[in-house]
Each structure stands twice: as structure tokens, then as C-alpha cells.
Design a protein around this ligand. Structure first.
Ligand code: UD1
Length: 425
């Protein structure tokens, strides 16, 4: 299994182009199931999670053409020939559950294995199922599979989520586009990826308003048509690379970066003493002299501080001049990077959903192990600042969500390389 070796202590200078958003692409691809005409996605990221979704859609009878080296995906779902999403594929990636709503809306039935995915807590799918039930679907859980039916098609209804879920909002939003009548989604997620999905669905002929707020209204239509849609930039990749010069020192231009997508995060970065400025091509982030200032962070649904940047932010705060407190409110068990950062000399105390980080003057390179996607990249960031060499093992998690990380950082002067190993551990 591949690992990544980083030699720390080199300030960064250069530019990094931000890719299309993994999480947006993973919901835009299943949206193709809603129409018998092709959906073309441009600015797609080249990631293993996208290949997993390609494989899943292929298993349902879609034709997925990967063009321009994977940057363009043309997805044809003229007919859904198989309505079962099997465990073998679904277990690799939790976002597989997003095929449920579209298949149910188009053909009135779907069977989807309960998902696996990152090991960051229980992560149930009850809200997806309850939301679709509110549109008239009947759900039956058997042998680890969700069997969903909607005889005569889905009907618009009121979906009032007890807690904010990105995936459940996406599943219901997609399903509601083809339901009869009007659907109102209350306590909807407001993430930019939801707005991107709504933009794509509107381009396909859907009638949606209120996306980006906590109440979305969908007026069902009889059919959707084909469209071409550019995937929004990846705000989590953006935030991650904003942290690279913040932790290693230097100045990096993030091409395509948009501050409005990372406002809460940028504000915390500035509180920590990092400079963030808007440029005609994106964002510029620099850190000159002096220690990072401690800041406290609580993860929240958008527009709050994203849980997907918590691990990376923690890597920065290990070097702050004082004590920072990070509270994780979205997922349980999402501090698995803390013991690994501790192996690099960080001082972190975890109690339940709270991590208290007492800054140290320097980190020391070590052999560490990546345990989930964002944890892996936080260890790479820490490695950029650490004295000596850091080797991050098991980087298959990283490849799920970061395109060519070693090339992007290497182009800014980071000493980073991938060590390819054939043997699986
Ligand atoms: C998406 C993102 C993920 C991000 C997360 C929160 C994708 C592919 N993944 O995940 O990177 O970390 O949003 O921003 O877009 N919950 C339930 N029942 C459900 C669904 C969720 O209890 O049916 C809980 C979860 O366990 C979690 C919280 O709701 O505690 C939020 O999860 P959710 O927003 O659904 O995350 P995902 O859509 O899985």
C-alpha cells in the first residue's frame, strides 16, 4: 500500500489549482439516473471515490464515459437495467446511498445496500429513508439492504428533518424533482454542494427554489432532460491547501479559490494570524513570521466551520502559541488523527467531542498512519512543518479525496513524494 514521505521545514511558494468538488460530484453523478438523456459533468475531480461511483452507476446499467483524462464525465442512463446497488460497491463508499432517491423517483423501486465508508462514527441513513417515506415510499430493511418501493410514483410532501444532513437533503431533493406535486424540505442542509446540485437539476428542467437556505421547495415535473453542468470547486480541498502555507510558512495562490465558500474557516485562519486575500484568480494565503495564535473552533453545518476541515485545522493549532479548543459536533469519533499528531510531538487531550490542543514550538517527523480521508491529509500538513521526515502510511484514504496531492504541494516547493508499494497490508 502506498505511503507519502514529507521532509518538513520548507516554506511554500507557488500556486495550486483547486479541483472540482468530490462531494458535489458524488451527488451530481447519481442525478443522471433521473433522466433518459445524458448528463455531462465538466470540472470533475480525478479521485478513487469518483471511480467507485462510476462503477456503481455502471452496475445499474448506466454508460459512463470518462473524457479528457477524467475531467469530463458523460453519463447516460437511457434505461436503468438493474435497480440493486450491491454491498460490494456500496461498502467502499457511503455516498452510494445517493442512488436510492433517483432510482425510486424514476422507476418506483430500488434496492440499496446499507453503506460503509469512513470510520468516523455510526453514520446512519435513517434520515434518508424517513425523508423518502414522506414522499410516499415504503421501506423494508432486509439482509443489510434497503428495499424501497413507491407504487404509482412518489408524491410531493413535507420533509421536516430533525437534524441537518447533507446526504439526506440531496437524496430527497433529487427524488422530489420527479414526484407528483410540491415538496417542501425543512431544516435542509445549506452546503454549497446542495446549491450546485439544485443548479444542475434546474439545468435538467427541475423546478426548485430556496436552495442555499434551510427551506427548499420543489415542484415536481413529469420528466427531466439532459444537461451539461460544471462541478463547483472543492472548498475542502481549498481549505486544506490554504493551511499548507499557514503551517509551513510562505505564500500560495489558490487558483479558482472562493472566499464565500470558506468564510467561517477563513475567519478562523485570520484569527490565527494567517493572511488571506482575494485575487483576480482566486485566493492568496501567506504567513510570514511569528507563531500561530491559538483559536477555538466548533464544527457546524454550513455556513459554520466544516467538520471536513477540523483535522487539518488541528494540525495547524498544534504549533500555536497557547491553547486551542476544537469541538466536533457533527461526527463522533472524528479525532483519530490526534494520537498520530501526538506521535509527532503535539500535545492534545481528547475528551468526548472536545480536543484541547496545547501548542508546541515544533513537531518532529515520525511514521504515522492515516485512518480516514481528512485525517490523512492533516498528517501531511503536519509533516510540512515538522523537523525531519514524516511518512504517512495507508494513503488509500487520501486518494479517495485529494487529486495528485504530492504534485500540487511539490509544485510549491514542498519536499514530498509517494512511495509506491505493491503489497497490501
Ligand atoms: C457529507 C459529506 C461529508 C461531510 C458531511 C458533513 C459527502 C459525500 N460527504 O456527508 O464529507 O463530512 O456531509 O458536512 O457529501 N445522520 C443521521 N442520519 C442520517 C444521515 C446523517 O443521523 O440518515 C447524522 C450523521 O451521523 C452525522 C450528521 O447527521 O452525525 C451529519 O451527516 P450528513 O450531513 O448526512 O453527512 P453525509 O451526507 O454523510
Amino acid at each position: 500500500m502506498d505511503s507519502i514521505r514529507v521532509e518538513g521545514g520548507h516554506p511554500l511558494k507557488g500556486e495550486i489549482a483547486i479541483s472540482g468538488a468530490k462531494n458535489a460530484c458524488l451527488t451530481l453523478m447519481p442525478a443522471a439516473l433521473l433522466s433518459d438523456e445524458p448528463l455531462t459533468l465538466t470540472n470533475a475531480p480525478r479521485l478513487s471515490d469518483i471511480r467507485t461511483m462510476t462503477e456503481l452507476l455502471g452496475s445499474l446499467g448506466c454508460e459512463v464515459a470518462s473524457l479528457q483524462g477524467g475531467k469530463v464525465l458523460a453519463i447516460g442512463a437511457e434505461k436503468i437495467s438493474n435497480h440493486t446497488a450491491h454491498y460490494d460497491i456500496v461498502r467502499k463508499m457511503r455516498a452510494s446511498i445517493l442512488v436510492l432517491g433517483p432510482m425510486l423517483a424514476r422507476d418506483g423501486h430500488a434496492v440499496v445496500s446499507l453503506p460503509g465508508g469512513c470510520a468516523i462514527g455510526a453514520r446512519p441513513v435513517d434520515l434518508h429513508l424517513k425523508g423518502l417515506e414522506a414522499l410516499g415510499a415504503e421501506m423494508d430493511l432486509r439482509d443489510g439492504y434497503v428495499h424501497a418501493r413507491a407504487e404509482g410514483g412518489l408524491k410531493g410532501g413535507l420533509v421536516d428533518f430533525p437534524l441537518v444532513s447533507v446526504g439526506a437533503t440531496e437524496n430527497v431533493l433529487m427524488a422530489a424533482t420527479l414526484a407528483k406535486g410540491q415538496t417542501v424540505i425543512r431544516n435542509a442542509a445549506r452546503e454549497p454542494e446542495i446549491v450546485d446540485l439544485a443548479d444542475c437539476l434546474r439545468a435538467m428542467g427541475a423546478k426548485i427554489s430556496g436552495d442555499g437556505t434551510s427551506e427548499i421547495t420543489v415542484d415536481g415535473v413529469d420528466r427531466l432532460h439532459g444537461a451539461t453542468h460544471p462541478v463547483i470547486i472543492d472548498r475542502i480541498e481549498l481549505g486544506t491547501y490554504m493551511l499548507a502555507p499557514a503551517i509551513a510558512g510562505g505564500e500560495v495562490d489558490l487558483i479558482g479559490g472562493r472566499r464565500d465558500l470558506v468564510e467561517a474557516f477563513s475567519a478562523k485562519l485570520e484569527d490565527a494570524g494567517v493572511e488571506v486575500s482575494e485575487t483576480p484568480r482566486g485566493l492568496k494565503v501567506s504567513r510570514k513570521n511569528g507563531r500561530i495564535k491559538p483559536v477555538s473552533v466548533t464544527t457546524e453545518p454550513h455556513p459554520g466551520f466544516p467538520t471536513d476541515l477540523q483535522a487539518q485545522m488541528m494540525a495547524l493549532l498544534t504549533l500555536a502559541d497557547g491553547t486551542s479548543v476544537l469541538e466536533e459536533t457533527i461526527f463522533e469519533n472524528r479525532f483519530m488523527h490526534a494520537p498520530e499528531l501526538t506521535r509527532m510531538g503535539a500535545s492534545i487531550d481528547v475528551h468526548g467531542g472536545t480536543a484541547t490542543v496545547t501548542g508546541v514550538e515544533r513537531l518532529k517527523g515520525a511514521q504515522v498512519m492515516a485512518t480516514d480521508l481528512r485525517a490523512s491529509v492533516s498528517l501531511i500538513l503536519a509533516g510540512l512543518a515538522a523537523e525531519g521526515e514524516t511518512t504517512v502510511g495507508r494513503v488509500y484514504h487520501l486518494d479517495r479525496g485529494y487529486e495528485r496531492v504530492e504534485e500540487k504541494l511539490g509544485a510549491c516547493g514542498a519536499k514530498i513524494e509517494r512511495i509506491r508499494e505493491g503489497a497490501d497490508d
